[in-house]
Design a protein around this ligand. Structure first.
Ligand code: HEM
Length: 408
């Protein structure tokens, strides 16, 4: 017998990226942009998705979906094709359910959509409903392939309304995911660090994370410049809504050939793995279980990556000198800033718009709910200073972030 000594595989940033379906250059985004075309039989669905704004506006979506032929999922379907199919099917499904508005929504999805979406979601191990994955991760192209990846040079491939505000809403998140890639690489590098007294490496990695958090916060502020609040609240939000509201869905959703009484929350950037990974690395512990519940709405590999970071990271063991401790605190302060800018979105895009509608006597069951299913809580003119349920939850996340700071 020869030497049977086993050689332990050496883990590297590259091997971890591969294990969790991450890209060295794009982070949680796929490395290749979303295609504009697909091969038969998927091309039929892609054509419908391309026409969604018009089909929804004219309500033809109902007939078109009902008359679709059932497609087979080819066993040779590639990972990238599964991702695009997921986006297309989720968008068609959302258009079909909500095209007549809140009260006349569908509560059953025909099998021509529900069955392939079931198979595709099972493959990606993600909820079969419009998610951050569907509208952001797997739904972008470079406008000019020779120019850098940045908010001004990307476009959404598919939308529900055709409105620029809709794509801007998605693209701010896409641009943020792209800026997250160096953060993921450095978090992996620090988790794999054998010598935790390597002050140079720790300082370098913390510096990169800190700079990227600044860039992310700059991109966040660009939301206001391209997404109109009235459009977001009164037109787009409904399509992002899930099926958890008891009043609207007393019997949940029927997905033909899949099941009945099904309930999933709607699309929200709370389903982004990026912010949860940053929380996990810096040891931010959230009291409220909402963020943990959002992991069901992430692609399985990304969910597993968050678990890996949680199990590997021991950030405090890296805080070996005052400079690093200071940088650690600064990063958490920048994460607080991210969450504070985001609170501004809640005020501008949801609470103020809900107030306007209230003054106009516009009734809506969904006015008291975030798209991910969070209750906004009651807020009337007489108690306008009282925080809504949603604001309280998000304020709690800010406090949790601040509490993770290591005393310097
Ligand atoms: C018009 C802009 C936005 C609005 C109105 C908005 C709204 C919301 C709402 C209502 C929630 C609570 C969960 C729910 O019910 O959906 C939430 C959570 C969240 N959103 Fe946004 N959002 C916006 C943009 C963004 C952007 C650009 C990001 C960046 C990735 C983002 C990241 C998050 C995160 C990470 C959470 C979970 C809470 C936390 O970790 O602090 N959102 N958002």
């Amino acid at each position: 017998m020869g030497n049977t000594q086993t050689i332990e595989p050496v883990e590297s940033v590259k091997s971890i990226n591969e294990r969790f379906d991450l890209s060295d250059t794009h982070g949680f985004l796929p490395e290749n942009q979303t295609p504009s075309q697909m091969r038969p039989p998927y091309n039929v669905l892609l054509t419908v998705c391309n026409k969604l704004p018009e089909l929804i506006r004219t309500h033809e979506i109902e007939t078109v979906v009902n008359e679709l032929e059932m497609i087979e999922i080819d066993p040779a379907t590639t990972h990238a094709e599964y991702q695009t199919l997921y986006t297309i099917l989720c968008l068609i499904q959302a258009g079909y359910i909500w095209h007549r508005g809140e009260t006349i929504h569908a509560d059953s999805v025909p099998k021509q959509i529900s069955w392939p979406l079931h198979l595709v979601s099972k493959y990606l191990d993600i909820a079969p409903i419009l998610t951050h994955g569907a509208v952001d991760l797997y739904n972008w192209q470079l406008i000019d392939p020779n120019k850098p990846f940045e908010l001004e040079n990307i476009r959404s491939v598919f939308t529900l309304t055709g409105d620029k505000s809709e794509s801007h809403f998605y693209l701010v998140m896409v641009a943020i995911e792209h800026e997250g890639r160096p953060i993921l690489n450095e978090i992996i590098r620090l988790n794999l660090l054998k010598n935790t007294s390597d002050a140079d490496q720790i300082t370098k990695s913390m510096q990169i994370i800190s700079t990227q958090l600044d860039t992310i916060n700059q991109i966040m502020k660009k939301m206001y410049g391209g997404c109109d609040s009235d459009f977001f609240y009164n037109q787009l939000r409904i399509f992002l809504t899930g099926w958890t509201n008891e009043k609207l869905f007393p019997n949940g959703m029927e997905l033909e050939n899949v099941g009945t009484n099904i309930r999933y929350g709607g699309g929200s950037a709370a389903q982004s793995s990026l912010i949860q990974v940053i929380d996990a690395f810096f040891g931010v512990k959230h009291q409220n279980g909402f963020l943990a519940s959002m992991r069901e709405y992430m692609p399985a590999k990304h969910r597993e990556f968050i678990n890996w970071v949680e199990s590997q990271s021991n950030c405090t063991s890296l805080l070996i000198n005052d400079q690093i401790k200071q940088m650690h605190s600064e990063c958490l302060e920048k994460l607080v800033k991210f969450r504070t800018i985001h609170m501004g979105f809640i005020r501008h895009y949801i609470l103020n718009e809900a107030d306007k509608n209230e003054k106009l006597n516009k009734q809506s069951v969904l006015s008291v709910e975030g798209t991910g299913g969070t209750e906004l809580g009651s807020k009337t003119e007489s108690d306008s200073t009282e925080e809504s349920g949603l604001s309280k939850m998000l304020q709690g996340f800010i406090t949790d972030t601040t509490n993770a700071k290591y005393p310097v």
